[in-house]
Design a protein around this ligand. Structure first.
Ligand SMILES: Nc1ncnc2c1ncn2[C@@H]1O[C@H](COP(=O)(O)OP(=O)(O)OP(=O)(O)O)[C@@H](O)[C@H]1O
Ligand SMILES: [Mg+2]
Length: 347
């Protein structure tokens, strides 16, 4: 069952700079992926070989411009985290290329990869489990600095500066993770992520575990930091409301593939793919996005198929309310209209 909620109250608490800027097509890509496939082998027993693959990610092309936020939405298990982990080098793709500032990171040496790690960071969903309970905040936020060396002034000064940037008091650096609220812990995670002054941050469901009022504060903080440091974000969430608040563009993922992408306003107000329409229609509260699509009520049938045995043709055909004969036979090609792309036989 889809768990998407569009919340007016949430959007009302966001700052004015939520008004997303328009970006031109692939103007200054900080990151770009081409034909990226991340598959996990399925093994039966210790001696048996690989009997199949979980095709977690299969992306033909996707890019994020410098200073841009790309929202990635889709149901649980569709491959969002695996995609983020692949970009960070935590999962090895089967094929494809990942260009960071135009350089394929899959061909970098270990030393070059280490340098790159400074520029790419990740913020996870669960703020508590991603912080070591035995380390105080000073050690947590300066851990990367110690590893990569080079800071001006003392570690304490640097950590206090980071606390101020994320809206926490100086003395927070002498405390431990369990002494903070969920929202404060996520601020600490953000402080750690920006400590090395990265250019690109993968935010993997960064506010999903937080209370709605706190969600808006954390989103506001991420937007402030984006402005201050011209950061680029890959913002992963199953909540279209949150994604639309912060993203310049949105990509919709189904079974590891991008089925639709475009400027946030276009995708939300004028969704083309039946899956995107269904995601938006699953929203109980009316009002926030009052595009034409609201007139038709689409309910998604059944569960998402297994990524180890994806359906033939269009992967969405088994659940699609607008399914046609061709859909089970032939994979749809991408159709492009300006900055709006969709993979569907309807177009
Ligand atoms: N290390 C792994 N080994 C095998 N399969 C994996 C591994 N990691 C993820 N998968 C599988 O890959 C698919 C995509 O998982 P992923 O965690 O990327 O989804 P997600 O979109 O992030 O879901 P959620 O919204 O629940 O976080 C799932 O079918 C999952 O079971
Ligand atoms: Mg995930």
């Amino acid at each position: 069952m889809l768990q998407l909620k569009f919340r007016l109250s949430f959007h009302n608490t966001l700052k004015a700079h939520t008004q997303v800027r328009s970006f031109e097509i692939k103007k200054y890509p900080i990151i770009e992926v081409n034909n990226l496939k991340t598959w996990f082998p399925i093994k039966r027993g210790v001696l048996a070989g690989t009997v199949g693959y979980i095709r977690a990610v299969d992306i033909t092309g996707l890019y994020i411009n410098r200073g841009e936020t790309l929202g990635l939405v889709g149901e649980s298990g569709c491959g969002k985290t695996t995609f983020g982990r692949t970009l960070l080098g935590l999962e090895k793709p089967r094929t494809g290329e990942i260009l960071f500032y135009g350089k394929n990171i899959l061909e970098l040496s270990r030393r070059e990869l280490r340098e790159l790690r400074k520029k790419m960071q990740i913020i996870f969903q669960d703020p508590l489990s991603s912080l070591n309970p035995r380390m105080n905040i000073l050690d947590i936020v300066t851990e990367g600095l110690s590893e990569f060396g080079k800071i001006e002034g003392t570690r304490e000064d640097h950590a206090k500066g980071l606390m101020n940037e994320v809206g926490l008091d100086d003395d927070a650096i002498y405390r431990y993770p369990h002494e903070f609220s969920g929202g404060q812990r996520q601020r600490i995670n953000i402080a750690r992520a920006i400590a090395l002054r990265p250019d690109f941050i993968i935010c993997d469901e960064p506010v999903s575990a937080l209370d709605v009022s706190v969600q808006a504060q954390v989103i506001n903080l991420l937007m402030d930091l984006r402005e201050s440091y011209n950061l680029s974000y890959l913002f992963i969430s199953h909540d279209l409301s949150v994604v639309s608040a912060i993203s310049n563009r949105v990509a919709v993922m189904y079974l590891g593939r991008i089925v639709e992408s475009g400027l946030t306003g276009n995708v939300i107000k004028n969704p083309m793919h039946p899956y995107t329409k269904a995601l938006i229609n699953a929203v109980p509260e009316p009002g926030l996005y009052s595009g034409e699509h609201k007139k038709e009520k689409i309910i998604l049938k059944g569960e998402m198929p297994s990524p180890s045995a994806p359906p033939s043709g269009c992967m969405f055909h088994t659940r699609c309310p607008e399914v046609m004969e061709i859909c089970s036979k032939q994979e749809p090609k991408e159709t492009r209209s300006g900055m709006h792309q969709v993979c569907c036989h309807l177009y």
